[in-house]
Design a protein around this ligand. Structure first.
Ligand code: SF4
Ligand code: SF4
Length: 134
């Protein structure tokens, strides 16, 4: 795959923030419970919710984006449970090879603005297919 062309320590956590759903499965909930000394049921209740019929991590208000994952540390902008993070997060950004599209946007905009601290806010919107309306 080659050297990674993104650096999460120099990012603001787009992947943790702009998606409404970070899906979790039984294995993830068990891992979260173990990390926090909770039973799977307790972890499920405390850290997850149902979104569009899928069990996903809960979210919280964010300083940069409207919301982010409950586990994003808003000071470091890094995952606060890195070793216990769900498989969904472990696999990201698997489809992009050694790149992360959001990191590319961040770097591009910082260069355009000539400001190494500039943070473009990116939002994902799912548009309803016109054929599916009515
Ligand atoms: S958006 Fe990309 S660079 Fe930023 S934290 Fe996520 S994986 Fe890392
Ligand atoms: S669990 Fe960690 S890596 Fe996964 S979305 Fe939340 S903060 Fe990001």
């Amino acid at each position: 795959m080659g050297k990674l062309k993104y650096d999460c320590t120099d990012c603001v956590g787009y992947c943790c923030s702009i998606y409404d759903r970070v899906d979790v499965w039984k294995k993830d909930i068990k891992r979260l419970g173990k990390h926090f000394g909770l039973t799977p049921d307790e972890a499920k209740e405390k850290f997850t919710r149902i979104v569009d019929g899928h069990r996903a991590l809960k979210r919280k208000s964010d300083l940069i984006f409207e919301e982010t994952c409950i586990f994003l540390n808003q000071t470091t902008r890094l995952c606060s449970i890195y070793d216990a993070r769900p498989d969904t997060c472990r696999e990201w950004p698997v489809h992009s090879g050694n790149r992360c599209v959001y990191y590319d946007i961040l770097k591009f905009e910082r260069k355009q603005q000539d400001d190494p601290t500039f943070v473009p806010v990116v939002e994902i919107k799912v548009l309803v297919d016109a054929d599916e309306e009515d």
